[in-house]
Design a protein around this ligand. Structure first.
Ligand SMILES: Cc1cn([C@H]2C[C@H](O)[C@@H](COP(=O)(O)OP(=O)(O)O[C@H]3O[C@H](C)C(=O)[C@H](O)[C@H]3O)O2)c(=O)[nH]c1=O
Length: 358
């Protein structure tokens, strides 16, 4: 398929693009390259004949017209978004602009493309990728289904909820063939070091305190990013237009249990000389855990019911928490150049197509 991916230089986007390109799809990756967009996350994919990249803001209608005309996509997979809850509390407006206005601009650009190029809706799909945070916060039991009413709490989840509503409105009102997906917490290679998993790994390795918000009792469901990418492709290929699909990893954990588990895996993976050299012999990375001020409005628990996508589309996550988290730790241990450049700020040069040596 010819697929226009938005946000393909981000964490989930780059993992998805890698998979699509490897499977032979023609991909045009549109990314504005804001702070978390990083072309280094795509590496060798950049040279594939079935991959192209354009640094484009989805809010720029002229640039989007050119992108649609160049690719003539059969599908849009919309992942471009501001995604970090803490940042949305610090500065909500960027979330409104990227997630709400950006999505509406893209819906409009898609509608205009179908009309200008006389593409029948049956030959096109718009996959809007969203989050389980739109459903709000659960108590100790229950899980979100596709019919759970929306109840977002953070500026981030409110912006995603709004975008979901706009996407569905373009289906109901204009007949744009929209499908919405809502996923749980993703983790895996190339995740920007502001989210919990890379924060834990990198703080542990640097010997700094590992911050756990509040008492660490909040519960999240963890989905390995490659399983998520597989789910998105299953929805694109076999999902029903106008429907919503929840995508969860089936790995619910309290934050503190997860952080302790990651520390125990790190103890095993970073053993021997390095640990000795840092004077940590006989100690666990868990000793670095520090409880810090809680996130305002911190949702207690997310749990997702993935029965619909499992039963109707035959998708199942392949990674359990042991294999997924171990792979992730090993990836961060092997790919220091990737994250060190982010910590140093030098990865920004990648966006300009320049190397550090220039
Ligand atoms: C960064 C950080 C986080 N936390 C806590 C806060 C959460 O309860 C949990 C995970 O936090 P994180 O910011 O990694 O992810 P969420 O706020 O759950 O949201 C994430 O998963 C959803 C589905 C999206 O849609 C978001 O885009 C994505 O960012 O760990 C800490 O305790 N310490 C830390 O240093």
């Amino acid at each position: 398929m010819r697929i226009l991916v938005t946000g393909g230089a981000g964490f989930i986007g780059s993992n998805l693009v890698r998979m699509l390109v490897a499977r032979g799809h023609q991909v045009l990756n549109i990314d504005k390259l804001t702070y978390a967009g990083n072309l280094a996350s795509l590496g060798e994919v950049g040279y594939a004949p079935n991959y192209r990249f354009a640094q484009v803001d989805i809010c720029n209608p002229d640039a989007m017209r050119v992108a649609f005309a160049n690719l003539r996509p059969e599908a849009v997979m919309h992942l471009a978004a501001e995604s970090h809850v803490d940042r949305s509390i610090e500065g909500p407006m960027e979330f409104v602009r990227s997630n709400v206005v950006g999505t509406v601009c893209l819906l409009e650009a898609s509608r205009e493309y179908l009309s200008s190029f006389k593409v029948p809706p049956s030959a096109f799909r718009f996959l809007h990728v969203s989050t389980d945070e739109v459903y709000g916060s659960l108590g100790e039991s229950g899980s979100f289904t596709e019919t759970t009413p929306y109840d977002p709490h953070s500026p981030y989840s409110a912006s995603k909820a709004s975008a979901d509503h706009f996407a569905r409105a373009w289906y109901s009102t204009f007949g744009l063939p929209v499908i919405v997906t809502n996923c749980s917490n993703n983790y895996g290679p190339y995740q920007f070091p502001e989210k919990l998993i890379p924060v834990v790994i990198l703080k542990a390795l640097s010997g700094e305190p590992i911050p756990v918000y509040g008492e660490g009792k909040n519960v999240r469901d963890w989905l390995y990013v490659e399983d998520h990418a597989e789910a998105l492709l299953a929805v694109l290929e076999r999902g029903k237009v106008g429907e919503t699909y929840n995508i969860g990893g089936g790995n619910e954990m309290r934050n503190i249990d997860l952080v302790r588990f990651l520390c125990s895996l790190l103890d095993e993976e970073v053993k021997g000389e390095k640990v000795k050299a840092e004077g940590k012999e006989g100690r666990s990375f868990a000793d670095q855990i520090m409880f810090v001020k809680d996130r305002p409005g911190h949702d207690i628990r997310y749990a997702i019911d993935s029965a619909k996508i499992r039963n109707q589309l035959g998708w199942n996550p392949k990674h359990d928490s042991e294999s997924g988290f171990r792979n992730t730790i090993q990836w961060y241990l092997k790919n220091k150049a990737w994250w060190q450049a982010i910590l140093d700020g030098t990865y920004r040069l990648e966006r300009l197509g320049l190397s550090e040596a220039v």
